[in-house]
Design a protein around this ligand. Sequence first.
Ligand code: ZN
Length: 242
Amino acid sequence: MIKGSGEEPESVQSSEEIEQKMPVGTKVEASKVAKVPKRNMDKPSKKAIEEENMDEGEMVFVMPGDIIGTTEEFSPGVGTFLHVADIHAASTGIVKIDRKARIISVVPSTKYPPSINIGDIVVGNITGLRESVALVEIAAIKGEGEREFQKVGTAAIHVSNVKDSYCKRLDEEFSVGDIIKAKVLNTENMRLSTAEKGLGVMKAQCFNCRTVMVKDNNKLKCPECGRVEKRKLSSDYGTGIV
Ligand code: ZN
């Protein structure tokens, strides 16, 4: 085969067929053909059409080398590489499309799914308290119909993001089992904040008898045993309003 003649247009879509049908010696850039993964080569627009119609939050899982779009449609973003006019996934992960900026990228599968974004309000429960962070299992995102979604792992509220004023001890603000409302600060390591007035504990149980406590001024009081506990309370405590 004659390599790299440069006369052929760099068309990927039918190069596999060409390679199979054409006799040895034709002007096909073999080096480029060899690198092209065997997937939808003849229908580059099919996947794009699917993505165009996909619902918000629907995830397209890709492997390294998969063609996820073309430069006609998108600019290559993080986690992609360009080969000829095709944008390929550089890592295993989930396709993310910024339609406004027309950027297509791949969020590595080890990271959180793109369904949670910075600034989202999430609801979850406190699963653990460390010295400087409260651990949260996220259960729902506000605006997504509060529907349950796939488990995203553990998020964390750092002691500096609990409230506007200085927070000395996390165990005076949260208790394991509390249901909280928080804002997403970053999605890289899922940091949350409860500093705003509406954010914080939404529902809490009495440490003694597990009865759901009621708001009593700025504290919580157990209607059963009378125990008083402190929390970083949401202004929506007890309302169930997310
Ligand atoms: Zn009690």
